[in-house]
Design a protein around this ligand. Structure first.
Ligand code: MN
Length: 496
């Protein structure tokens, strides 16, 4: 569903006419070589496009203006092979609306000790050309990512890759539509927020739809489509005989399949990238969307429960950023704790809707009663989730700004059976440790709903926050609580 290769990042090299034709020819040749090298690198998920070297204020302005309006251009990489006097960049940078990565590199890795002369020095002078450019970007107060090192260095390529993924997530938000069935869960604070401000700031819109509009589509689903989906369920998941055709709980699975088909059609017809619903407003629906939400998330749709549109949008952005990488990006909720001092853990889950992209092995399709919502017993997928490095991310509305909070965690495979737990579940240890991680999260105002990622790092989210102009709070291995509390205090001034 999500293909990042259709996104372009433009590689733009700055220079000037001072050096003469021969030097400029070499600048162009080297730039093309670097752009082609990045484009050919299997790690880079987007298409890197070489653009002719810019040498005048007019060329800079025209190129950046074109980048703004090019539909597939998700950002630019800039590099000053030579010296590009930065007053030439003021007009262009002032109108630039696409994300920028400043690659502080050099065509040659090593100094050619025995042959170096002034011609070589004048060609390969990014060491000071990029400083001149960097000053101007700082003077203009523009966010960008600065990456330093030789362009073939795996660490440099990894940082570029991370940023291209963040830029892709950002591009995907621009003009994106998220459907909200019903309002926010009654009285809940953190899942609510300013949708107008979010649209101005993030580029996506959230609009409400009557649950009756969805119910109508569900009622129109054809028997043939339901049959086909029921066969797919049986082929994909472990199912008790009582859930299969003729079994006494089959009608629950049948209803769940109907809901999935209706919901899928609603999202496709409306060109939505995600949705949210609430169990307090499901008039006309037989059961809550359980397996439907789980499978739609696995197909790339953003989702969060209880009207939480901010988390639904963040889950979608994480899915775009992580596209093609092993592992999943999922809607998650901190549910309950294991406070064993020697093995403190968080159990993450939701009442139904745990993302099927996290399935480790074969999931079990089950039907159980649900204590809340007052609807028929819903079908859901039950599974364990693999261990390994992961993170939780949350966007909250602080009133005068949005804040993105990330907690790096170590996921742990369940060591005990949980025979009576009728939902999918994840276990993790927050970094730097349970007490500090949870306290830091609560001081920062992080939500109980998160986007849980198995394949993104804090760097992806930080790049994303920089592009979005979001406040970013990272809780990781080296977090100290006193320092973090000061950071939060100081940020109040920074964002005043
Ligand atoms: Mn919830």
């Amino acid at each position: 569903m999500i293909n990042l290769k259709s996104f372009e990042v433009w590689f733009i090299t700055g220079s000037q006419h001072l050096y003469g034709e021969e030097t400029l020819r070499l600048v162009a040749e080297h730039s093309q070589h670097i752009a082609d090298g990045l484009n050919a690198d299997a790690k880079i998920p987007v298409t890197i496009v070489y653009k002719p070297v810019v040498k005048t204020p007019e060329e800079i302005y025209d190129t950046l203006l074109a980048a703004n309006s090019a539909q597939n251009c998700i950002g630019i990489i800039t590099w000053m092979h030579t010296f590009s006097p930065a007053k030439m960049w003021i007009r262009g940078l002032s109108i630039l609306q696409k994300p920028m990565l400043h690659l502080h590199t050099q065509y040659n890795r090593d100094i050619p000790w025995s042959s170096i002369d002034m011609d070589f020095m004048n060609l390969n002078q990014s060491a000071h050309g990029d400083r001149e450019f960097g000053f101007m970007v700082s003077r203009l107060r523009k966010n960008r990512k600065v990456v330093v090192g030789h362009w073939q260095d795996p660490g440099v390529i990894s940082q570029i890759e991370t940023w291209t993924r963040a830029a892709a997530g950002w591009q995907d938000w621009q003009g994106a539509k998220f459907a909200r069935f019903g309002d926010n869960m009654r009285y809940v604070a953190v899942t609510d927020g300013d949708k107008v401000e979010a649209e101005m700031k993030f580029g996506y819109s959230v609009n409400t739809y009557g649950i009756g509009d969805l119910v109508k589509l569900i009622s129109e689903v054809s028997e043939a489509d339901i049959d086909a989906l029921l066969i797919e369920y049986e082929e994909t998941y472990t199912m008790d005989a009582s859930l299969k055709k003729g079994g006494d709980k089959h009608s629950s699975v049948y209803e769940a399949a109907k809901i999935e088909l209706g919901l899928r059609k609603f999202l496709l017809d409306g060109n939505f990238k995600g949705f949210t619903d609430t169990f307090e407003d499901l008039h006309g629906m037989v059961q809550l969307p359980g397996i439907a939400a789980q499978r739609l998330m696995a197909d790339g749709y953003g989702f969060a429960g209880e009207g939480d549109w901010k988390t639904a949008a963040l889950v979608r952005a994480c899915k775009v950023m992580g596209a093609g990488l092993p592992g999943g990006n999922a809607f998650m909720e901190d549910y309950t704790y294991h406070f064993d001092p020697n093995n403190a853990l968080v159990l993450g889950s939701h009442m139904l809707e745990v993302d099927a992209s996290l399935i480790n092995g074969k999931a079990s399709l089950e039907v159980h009663p649900l204590g809340i919502g007052g609807k028929a017993d819903p079908a859901r997928l039950v599974f364990n989730v693999a261990g390994g490095e992961a993170l939780n991310a949350s966007i909250v509305d602080m009133g005068n700004r949005f804040r993105l909070i990330v907690n790096e965690v170590e996921a742990i495979e369940p060591i005990e059976d949980l025979p009576n737990l009728p939902v999918a579940r994840v276990l993790w240890k927050p970094y730097p440790d349970m007490k500090t991680g949870c306290a830091a999260w609560i001081y920062a105002g992080g939500a109980h709903h998160t986007a849980y990622s198995q394949n993104l790092t804090a760097e992806h989210l930080q790049d994303f926050a920089d592009i979005a102009g979001l406040e970013f709070i990272r809780i990781g291995k080296d977090t100290k609580l006193d320092q973090l509390r000061n950071e939060l205090r100081w940020n109040e001034v920074a964002y005043k």
